[in-house]
Design a protein around this ligand. Structure first.
Ligand code: NZQ
Ligand code: ZN
Length: 381
């Protein structure tokens, strides 16, 4: 185990009916901007619950933060927030609304164009922000990260803001999710764990078992959720798994982290608009296959503990673990090949070009350069 510092200040408020607690959690006298996506919260009753709880506050609503939130939209929100002298933000929605609101929270204290904050990689100051989460997937409700797109240039980058002060997670809000969003959310959660787990064995037994526990939970609950999405306990497990997968808990012990699947996935979203979780389901099996040498020992541990693969040679067991991973994504109803989405060589060349131009190299060994990203994507054609 390596040295590490862990601190997660987000207060997690979890369960049925908990949205009503907004009233007591937001300091009185705050001028609150409530941010939303495209309107799902009006259909499932979440909007009403939020408004009822905030009767005693001065509120301004900002609607229209889109999936893969854009700088173009968020600039308007920052402008409105400055005019209204907003000093508290409440994001109500999925990861996109929360991420977008993280940029607003930084933009309100910044004089220049908020895109500069994204490109600098780190916000220098933020207005307090809280969330009501309606889509388990990103972990954004309990981490400081945010991913913002720039539509005019087909770019997508992440940056660091602050942790939400508190997040309210009521599993009942997820009953209305479309089936594809549930699948993307499960895939995203699964891959968040893999990014922090599938590197080398032997750094931390505790973290390994915690990560494997989340993976096994997802494999267990996915078919049950598919059968009945209104099963409160299953959706609660899904919601808690998604938060635990990316709130820093499984990264204690200073475990090595990969994130190359995410970085490649972001490019697929930026160039083709594919949903985030979907891109990961396509890319991850390729990352595992192309990096099978450096990751081999951990893939064997993953295969044995998560998929109970014990027979066959080393290479056969690695193949089997990759196969089971891809099959899991397919069992969620997702396609796992670029060709199935009409994406081909041209995109692969563009992603290689972008990585080379930026001079980046991802992964725990910094081995995923533009050239290796091309190999990973070519493996997924
Ligand atoms: O916009 P509305 O109308 O609310 O509809 C949304 C949206 O169309 C809908 N939805 C959300 N909750 C619902 C619902 N529909 C019915 N019932 C509900 N309860 O779902 C659609 C997708 O929402 P979105 O917020 O885009 O999904 P997700 O939570 O998967 O967020 C994806 C974004 O998060 C980023 C991704 O890159 C992507 O931009 N990520 C953020 C991370 C972070 N901050 O730590 C890490 C992740 O790896 C990821 O990169
Ligand atoms: Zn993700």
């Amino acid at each position: 185990m390596y040295n590490f510092i862990f601190q997660n200040p987000t207060k997690l408020i979890f369960g049925k009916g908990m949205i009503s607690r907004l009233e007591s959690e937001i300091p009185s006298g705050k001028r609150v901007m409530i941010t939303f996506g495209g309107g799902s919260v009006k259909k499932n009753g979440v909007y009403r619950q939020v408004k009822d709880a905030l009767k005693g506050f001065y509120t301004v609503e900002f609607w229209g933060i889109e999936p893969n939130p854009s700088i173009e939209t968020l600039r308007k929100a920052v402008k409105l927030g400055k005019t209204e002298k907003i000093d508290f933000l409440l994001a109500v929605g999925g990861g996109s609304v929360i991420d977008g609101t993280k940029l607003i929270s930084a933009g309100l204290l910044y004089d220049g164009d908020p895109w500069e904050i994204v490109r600098s990689g780190k916000a220098s100051g933020t207005v307090p922000l809280a969330t009501v989460l309606t889509l388990p997937a990103t972990g954004s409700e309990m981490n400081p990260g945010a991913v913002i797109s720039r539509y005019e240039t087909n770019e997508k980058f992440s940056f660091g803001a602050d942790y939400p002060v508190f997040s309210i997670l009521d599993p009942e809000t997820t009953f209305s999710l479309p089936k594809n969003q549930v699948a993307y959310g499960i895939a995203d959660t699964f891959v968040h764990v893999m990014e922090q787990y599938l590197t080398v064995p032997g750094v931390s037994r505790t973290m390994d078992h915690w990560a494997e526990g989340i993976l096994e939970t997802l494999i267990d609950i996915a078919p049950k959720i598919e059968r009945n999405q209104n099963d409160y306990n299953m959706m609660a497990e899904f919601m808690l798994s998604a938060t635990l997968a990316l709130n820093g808990f499984i990264a204690m012990g200073g475990v090595p982290q990969d994130w190359s699947t995410h970085m490649i996935g972001h490019e697929l979203t930026a160039l083709h608009g594919l949903s985030h979780g979907h891109t990961l389901a396509i890319v991850l099996p390729g990352t595992m296959n192309i990096l099978r040498e450096s990751k081999g020992d951990k893939i064997l541990q993953y295969g044995q503990r998560v998929w109970k693969i014990t027979g066959g040679s080393r290479e056969e067991r690695i193949d089997q673990a990759i196969h089971m991973t891809e099959q899991f994504f397919r069992s969620l109803g997702l396609t796992t090949r670029l060709g199935e989405e009409g994406i081909g060589e041209k995109t692969i060349v563009e992603i290689e070009r972008r990585f080379n131009e930026r001079g980046v190299a991802f992964g725990e060994n910094k081995e995923v350069t533009g050239t290796v990203a091309r190999k990973i994507l070519t493996d997924r054609l």
